[in-house]
Structure formats: C-alpha cells, structure tokens
Design a protein around this ligand. Sequence first.
Ligand SMILES: NC(=O)c1ccc[n+]([C@@H]2O[C@H](COP(=O)([O-])OP(=O)(O)OC[C@H]3O[C@@H](n4cnc5c(N)ncnc54)[C@H](OP(=O)(O)O)[C@@H]3O)[C@@H](O)[C@H]2O)c1
Length: 345
Amino acid sequence: MIKVGVVGGTGYTGVELLRLLSRHPQVELTAITSRGEAGMPVAEMFPSLRRRVDLKFVTPQDAQLEKCDAVFFATPNGIAMKQAAELVAAGVRVIDLAADFRIRDVAEWQKWYGMEHAAPALVAEAVYGLPEVNREQIRNARVLANPGCYPTAVQLGFLPLVEAGVIDADHLIADAKSGVSGAGRKAEVHTLLPEAADSFKAYGVAGHRHLPEIRQGLSLAAGRTVGLTFVPHLTPMIRGIHATLYGRIKPGIELPDLQALFEKRYAGEAFVDVMPAGSHPETRSVRASNLCRIAVHRPQGGDTVVVLSVIDNLVKGAAGQAVQNLNIMFGFDEEAGLDIVPVSP
Ligand SMILES: NC(=O)c1ccc[n+]([C@@H]2O[C@H](COP(=O)([O-])OP(=O)(O)OC[C@H]3O[C@@H](n4cnc5c(N)ncnc54)[C@H](OP(=O)(O)O)[C@@H]3O)[C@@H](O)[C@H]2O)c1
C-alpha cells in the first residue's frame, strides 16, 4: 500500500480522483485538501463517496503531504510548481493535473499561461504523462505532467498518422468539443445552466492554451514542427470530449491500410479502443471510464483522413490518466482502480 494525498479535493478532477483511488487496491488515501472546507467530512460534500472515503478535508498546510508516497495536484495552473520541489526533496512523487510541467519551453509556457514559472529546473526533468507515448520514462518520474483533456483526445487520434508520416504535417486540423465540466467546479457565468444548456459555441479560435501542448507532442512524434489549427467548442454535455481530426494524405505516397495502422499502433493498449472500420464513437460510450475510443475514416476514398476520438474529459482526460500514471510509476498493474465499464445511457 502507498500513501496518497490529493491537493484540491473539492474540484471536479479532485472528486474524480477520490472516486477512482477509493477503490484502488494498493492506495491508502491519507490527505485531501481544501482551503475553504477544512474540517468538513469529504462524504458530506460528496455523498457519492459515503462509505468509501472517511477523511475530512484539511488545509494544504495541515495535510502533511511530505509523509505521502505520491501527491496529486488537482489545482489551478501555478499551484503545483510552487510546492513540487519541496515534496520531491522529501521523496514524494508529484502528479500535476494542471499545466505547470507540460510545456518544455519555459518561455513559451510563460507566454501562454501569463505567469512566471516558479520551478523551471523541474520542468526539465518532468515527464509528460501520455502512457501510450512515454510509458518507459513515466516509470521513474519524480514529477509527472498529466496531459490536458483536449491534448489527450487529439494526440491519441493523430499519433498513428503523424508517426507513420502519411499526412501533411503542416496542415493538421483538430475540431474538438468539450462538456462543461471541463471548465471546473468554480462558479462562472458561462457555465451556468441557462448559459451553457441548449447552446453550442466555439471559443479560443485565436489561440487556446492546449495548442502549444498538442503541437509539442505531435511535433515530437513527427520529428519536425507540425502546423495545427485547433478549435475547441463548448457543448451542452456534462462530461465528454469529441475530437474530429482532419489530415491531408501526402501526395504520391503508398498509403498503408489505415484501419490496420491504427490497430497495430494501439495493440496491447488497455485504454485505447480502435473501433471497427466505419464506426462513429459516442462520448457516452466512454462515460466515467478511462477509455479513448477511436475510429478512422477516409471519406469517399478521397485525400483526407478523418479521425474521430472520444474520451471522458475527467477520466482519460484527467483523473483516470493520472491514476494510470501512478500505476506505472509504482509498478502496479496499469489497470488497477481503472477497470470500469462506461455508464450508459
Ligand atoms: N475539468 C477537467 O475536465 C480537466 C481536465 C484536465 C485537466 N484539468 C486541470 O485540472 C486542474 C483542476 O481542474 P478542476 O476542473 O478539478 O478545477 P476545479 O473544479 O475548479 O477545482 C480546483 C481545486 O483546486 C483547489 N484550489 C484552488 N486554488 C488552490 C490553491 N491556491 N491551493 C490549493 N488548492 C487550491 C480548490 O479547492 P479549495 O478552493 O477548496 O481549496 C479545488 O478543489 C486544473 O488545472 C485544470 O486545468 C481539468
């Protein structure tokens, strides 16, 4: 058993971590923080966790995080970077669900996130936690940068094509839609029911913070800088991301069987399901699970490949992937705590 702390236990990714960790056979939850709700039983705020989590929220200062084996930060950007060095020095392994350690170029990170980085040295050693790409490096990570939700869906969808070099890497297009829980639990006007329900809109067309993260991952996969147009949308669902990805087939190449390419790339991956040719994956087919379901199409045999990639933003897009990374880091079965059948309807 390892001792695990969660900083930010009152948020959406925090409560999702608690749901998954409370049934993990090798994890003992020892500290769950909230600055505003310290002293309140966790199960009072989240009755879904009654008889599963007996702890009370504590302040981050009282949490004795240095006594944990691993600490998850389910906090806004800019929090983990201030505490990670001290924890790492105490032998604690840090998993950040925010973006503090995701972008290797610190100047680029500072530009997109609008703050000075507090721990650039740790950025250099942090491992980007997309297991389907970095499994070996994740095993020894002391600081783990858990990928963003859109970046997970988009990268998993594009990777087989980009790695094989069969599409024009200068003109990738990712059209992605997210449920409202992607914005977190804090009160904001745009996530109120009358604002978000029964409506549909794009946002961040000029540049979303996940753009440099996706570009970094796909550029590494391509072995060169890729060109990407990324347009996120807010859709009136609670959970789920649906990414529709477009790539132009390079002229004059011998195109492999695309279905076989995807099946081979993800053979043996527990959490990536390449669906049968012609499929249209639905977000509800992955709801509450750590799965990414993918389908690859070539409409009318033309020069454009269309990939459909769906995840639950709170699970494979956040807490589930973070637990998957914990499992790899501590040598547990990668599926421990994550063997969940999606909820339908
Ligand atoms: N929602 C998603 O789908 C999703 C997906 C991937 C990644 N992420 C990332 O995961 C992180 C958490 O997202 P979320 O949606 O769970 O956010 P959230 O619902 O707004 O929750 C944020 C949590 O952080 C805590 N917190 C805020 N400021 C803090 C501080 N200064 N020190 C300590 N704790 C603090 C809050 O607790 P108290 O105020 O009670 O202390 C709360 O529990 C974000 O960085 C987000 O970008 C989210």
